[in-house]
Design a protein around this ligand. Structure first.
Ligand SMILES: [Zn+2]
Length: 129
């Protein structure tokens, strides 16, 4: 298998995204009982499946890498925003205040009212922790 995959694209981020899209489609089609939608979902997931295998075993690495880079250009910022939101939710020791410039400012919880100065734009605001 390793020898067979040598010189081929293999699974990159775009492949994983296609796989997830396929799973989401099949889940949707089992939830939505509509014959037109299930027909659409069937052909769409078939197409995605073919495209997925085409990308996995493609030998045209340059093109596949360019496609993946394009996808990551679109998805990368969203992914890091999602990761940031998850980390902020997990952090119970701090409060995160979003500034009007879009920056998240971190303040420790339980210290009462503090004047917060945004490190990016310097705007001040009073925050209750
Ligand atoms: Zn700011």
């Amino acid at each position: 298998m390793a020898r067979f995959m040598y010189g081929r694209n293999g699974a990159d981020q775009l492949c994983w995204a296609i796989l997830i899209a396929e799973l989401a489609l099949s889940l949707l089609s089992s939830l939505i009982r509509n014959q037109y939608f299930s027909a659409f979902a069937h052909y769409a997931s078939l197409f995605l499946c073919v495209y997925l295998f085409f990308r996995l075993f493609s030998r045209n690495l340059e093109k596949r890498r360019a496609e993946n880079a394009k996808f990551m250009q679109w998805w990368g910022p969203k992914q890091s925003a999602l990761r940031g939101a998850k980390a902020r939710r997990a952090d119970k020791a701090h409060k995160y205040v979003k500034c009007s410039c879009g920056t998240y400012c971190r303040v420790p919880r339980g210290v009462g009212r503090v004047e917060l100065t945004c490190p990016k734009c310097g705007k001040k605001q009073i925050v209750k922790t």
